[in-house]
Design a protein around this ligand. Structure first.
Ligand code: NAD
Length: 364
């Protein structure tokens, strides 16, 4: 029997993205799937019900009807525990599920006998790149963070030569050169700013320079497992902060993106450093969701700290819902195609992407 795929509207506050677009709906139908989407699914990402219907989906009037009898559920964020409890035993679910972030959600997945595929658990191998939601969504977040910074700044980013004299370009510092940080470097460069960036992974120097940024060497190298950064020791942190504090006095705008997997965001900019920055400077802390890289960041708020604006925007990827959804949905489609064989749901536990992403974690 054809695999039945259900998609309900996202209910998390501020969530505008969708896990299926008409484009990926058509592709899933071509794989032999029967798709049901809840009416209004794509309203906030500007994908119309008619477009899903034209792509072969059946429209359902509510979430429970959309997911009734589904073999596979696609979502951006996890459905409520109550909705998860309506799924049939053995159903699979793909999304940015963060099962351990909410005990009730974890419990609903376990007791319901569901097979969850939280895509944030996907091993970051070359083959997995096309399914990597962390990368695709970080790209949008880095881009938006720079636009917010440009909007909040009381100055131009580019150098301008005008009849009223020459305006010097803004100096932008990006902290952390992962996917979001590199997109921030590229975006700030396109806006004409002078851009510097630092990271504790030395290989980022070349990546920053290839985007027209300058690598700021703070003398700290901290490569951890799997190519990620590790947390700094107290001595390394002190060294980084000493050099950084002196440097920040000449910076107009900071975009923070530093993260260490599975830990709160490293605190890199102290209140004292902010106090030493010139009035009119701006800090946009993209790490706000995991506590922020700046001590003064308040998630979801923009504050004035002695003339320095500190913004901690949330839901940045969601604010670019059209393209963020297109990328997210393609990531989900690419992973879902691993689970569909001859139009049926088949979980191939010999495939390391399937086995390592599954939650609860599999034995052995
Ligand atoms: P991330 O969001 O975990 O972290 C962002 C950046 O913060 C990282 O570059 C990290 O080194 C940096 N950082 C951490 N602590 C810092 C500190 N104290 N000071 C300054 N910078 C600090 O990173 P990410 O964007 O998810 O990607 C990180 C790694 O994963 C990179 O090596 C990237 O190339 C790799 N990656 C691989 C794939 C793949 O092959 N499929 C896909 C995406 C990313």
């Amino acid at each position: 029997m054809a695999v039945r795929i259900g998609i309900a509207r996202e209910t998390a506050p501020g969530e505008r993205r969708v896990a299926i677009t008409p484009e990926t709906c058509r592709k899933l139908v071509a794989l032999g799937a029967a798709i049901t989407v809840e009416r209004g699914l794509g309203r906030h990402a500007h994908f119309a019900d008619d477009a899903y219907a034209a792509a072969g989906a059946v429209l359902a009037d509510d979430a429970a009807a959309a997911l009734a009898g589904a073999d596979l559920v696609l979502c951006v964020q996890a459905p409520s525990p109550a909705l998860l409890a309506t799924l049939r035993e053995g159903a699979a679910i793909i999304g940015h599920l963060q099962p351990e972030a909410d005990p009730a959600r974890a419990e609903a997945i376990r007791t319901g006998g569901l097979v969850a595929f939280p895509l944030e658990r996907l091993p970051r191998t070359t083959r997995a790149q096309a399914m990597d939601i962390l990368s695709s969504q970080a790209g949008m977040a880095g881009y938006k963070a720079v636009l917010i910074a440009a909007q909040l700044a009381p100055r131009f980013f580019p150098m301008l030569t005008t009849a009223a004299g020459t305006i010097r370009p803004s100096k932008v510092l990006v902290i952390g050169a992962g996917v979001a940080g590199l997109q921030a470097v590229a975006t700030a460069r396109r806006l004409g700013a002078q851009v510097e960036c630092f990271d504790v992974r030395p290989e980022t120097r070349e990546q920053i320079e290839s985007l027209g940024g300058r690598f700021l060497d703070l003398g700290v190298s901290a490569v951890g497992e799997g190519g990620y950064a590790r947390a700094l020791t107290d001595e390394e942190r002190a060294e980084q902060q000493k050099r950084l504090g002196e440097h920040l006095r000449g910076i107009d705008t900071i975009v923070c993106t530093a993260a260490v997997p599975g830990r709160p965001a490293p605190k890199i900019i102290t209140a004292g450093m902010v106090g030493g920055m010139a009035a009119g400077s701006v800090i946009v802390d993209l790490a706000a969701e995991t506590g922020g890289n700046c001590e003064l960041t308040r998630p979801g708020e923009t504050i004035d700290a002695g003339g320095v604006t500190v913004a901690g925007p949330l839901d940045l990827a969601s604010s670019g819902a059209v393209h963020a959804s297109e990328m997210f949905a393609r990531n989900v489609f690419n992973f879902a195609s691993l689970l569909v064989s001859d139009g049926a749901l088949v979980l191939d536990w010999d495939d390391e992407l399937v086995a390592k992403t599954a939650w609860p974690p599999r034995e052995g």
